[in-house]
Design a protein around this ligand. Structure first.
Ligand code: BGC
Length: 266
């Protein structure tokens, strides 16, 4: 039967108190998975409240849902988060490495090393820390799926965002290497590479008519993507519908990497 059925699977989605991560949690829960909503604690408590709201919405689908605080750039905190996942949901079958930041826009020679490192620490080291903990469990169980949320910027250079582009290109190589390491151990590792998805991360761009117009010229589909369009794809790839898929990073970008300037002429 052709159906996305994740009943009984336990999923951890990093950085899922808002944006694409939140949409992924909803899609996984809708497909029947129990979910853990990871978030980064902030002093105001806003992220904790948002994560709890996302978990509560997931429970509406009749699944178990918890929120788990951890700074994924910190290996010790990630270890504790997976221990909490074991306690609260009994293990992990699906890890979605979603947490990421664009970072501070600055050309290389104007950038601050601390800002540059932070992007790599979250986007790449964070994914590595979480994959490491997940794979200890998944390879032992001979079962599991890891999905790394990359970006069209795994292949498109982006002036002002060298840390970001490097982190995403490296993340895609991490995907492929871990897929190679685990293919005979019952584990699949793959990537999803979103284009311009309408979230708070790029609000400055889509809320200004001039920059939005410039952005749409870069997207053959002539519209931004919705977070739910990434959520659905992650649920599909995490399910047994994709049982023979391991390694690739799937573009979900309305054609952004298709050299839109070549639609005419050339
Ligand atoms: C970035 C967004 C950007 C999009 C397309 C994503 O990876 O996070 O800020 O709009 O790529 O350039």
């Amino acid at each position: 039967m052709i159906t996305i059925d994740l009943k009984g699977r336990r999923a951890l989605v990093t950085g899922s108190s808002s944006g694409i991560g939140e949409a992924i949690v909803h899609a996984l829960a809708e497909a029947g998975a129990d979910v853990a909503v990871n978030y980064l604690e902030d002093p105001t408590g806003k992220d904790a409240a948002d994560a709890e709201r996302v978990a509560a919405a997931a429970r509406q689908h009749g699944v178990r849902a918890v929120s788990l605080a951890a700074d994924i750039s910190n290996a010790g905190q990630v270890e504790q988060m997976f221990a909490a996942m074991d306690r609260e949901l009994g293990g992990v079958d699906i890890l979605v490495n979603n947490a990421g930041i664009d970072g501070v826009a600055a050309r290389c020679w104007e950038s601050n090393p601390t800002d540059w490192y932070r992007v790599i620490q979250i986007n790449l080291f964070g994914a590595y820390h979480c994959a490491r903990e997940a794979l200890k469990r998944m390879t032992a169980a001979h079962h599991g799926v890891i999905i790394n949320i990359s970006s069209v910027h795994e292949s498109i250079p982006w002036s002002g965002y060298s840390a970001y582009t490097c982190s995403k290109a490296a993340l895609t190589m991490l995907t492929q290497t871990l897929a190679q390491e685990t293919a005979d151990l019952g584990v699949r590792v793959l990537g999803v590479a979103p284009g311009a998805i309408k979230t708070h991360i790029n609000k400055a761009v889509w809320s200004n008519p001039d920059t939005l117009k410039d952005l749409l010229r870069k997207i053959p589909a002539n519209r931004m993507g919705e977070p739910a369009e990434i959520g659905r794809m992650v649920a599909l790839l995490a399910s047994d519908m994709a049982s023979y898929v391991t390694g690739p990073s799937l573009l979900v970008d309305g054609g952004m990497v298709l050299y839109p300037s070549f639609r005419h002429g050339g």
